[in-house]
Write a protein that binds this ligand. Sequence first.
Ligand code: SF4
Length: 341
Amino acid sequence: MVAGKPRRALPLAPSIDARISAKTERVHVLTGAVCNNNCIFCMEEDREGRKVLNSKTDDALVAKILADSAPCEELCFTSGEPTLNERLPRWARRARDAGVRRVSVMTNARALSYRRYARGLAKAGINRFYISIHGHTAKLHESLVRTPGAFDQTVAGIRNVAALIPYGIELHTSTVLTRRNLPHLRDIYRFLRRLGVQQVVFNVMQANGRANTHFERIFPPYSLIASEARRFIEGEPAPVMAFFVDIPLCTTTELPDFNRGFVEAYKHYEPDDGGDGGHDRRLPVMDRSEGGLVEVRRSDLDEAMRLKRAECGRCRYDSVCEGVWSNYLRRYGWGEMVPVP
Ligand code: SF4
């Protein structure tokens, strides 16, 4: 609990370490060969590689993923911009018909500004939307996604999905934290909650792709993020439905446990092309291929780029902590990461 003024009771929830230990694995289907935004922090800097890889997702691959991963708790369409793929509704329908309980999509929601399309996706089976929005004004959002006109469409998309909440649709947003939007946490949160967003997730950047290229301009230190987060949460009536994810837990001990989130574990499948596909082969890929599919787990990809040090062995979060991005440590060092007794 944050020290200082008394706060109203928060909903009961297990501690952050218990929640991380209990997390389930999500299956990702890579569906967007291209994107209609141009985010300054995009992790997928290798556009050609993404295009090659994601273009391989077809009806047969989706059917195989569904067969191989059943029963899965959540299947999420992601990578690039999934709504630009005209097969998305068809694949959502297949996932729903296969019995997947939660069928989700990560999207910038610009296409969802067309109400009919938004309703069509929900009708096809998508029952949770993760919508990326990075500011509460067109100026702030579009300075980060570098696409004029994107803000109005994304906001219209959020409104259209919010109108579906009474029919059981879930609406979460994802805001990537940068030096530009960090001073506006409260404004962003209030803006999104007024639109009807159920969970406002603030994602700390992953220090790779463009986030690494533009690191010095856009990547705030973890300690600054934590102090801004604390200031914002202290000023809001509880429960604050905002969650800070992908930040080492040792830097967020001053935040209410309720507001400390985590990145879901996930895996995706790629066609086993013998190694000449779009996937970055510098990273370890676990080959458990059967019938031409390769399974790739997020943890396998991240392990190559995250580090821990000997002192982490004394930290209460050691068993659930994934480590710190090596690209972050190269700039800011280990000073902020103090083991939690
Ligand atoms: S294990 Fe290390 S990096 Fe992770 S939370 Fe603890 S001190 Fe921080």
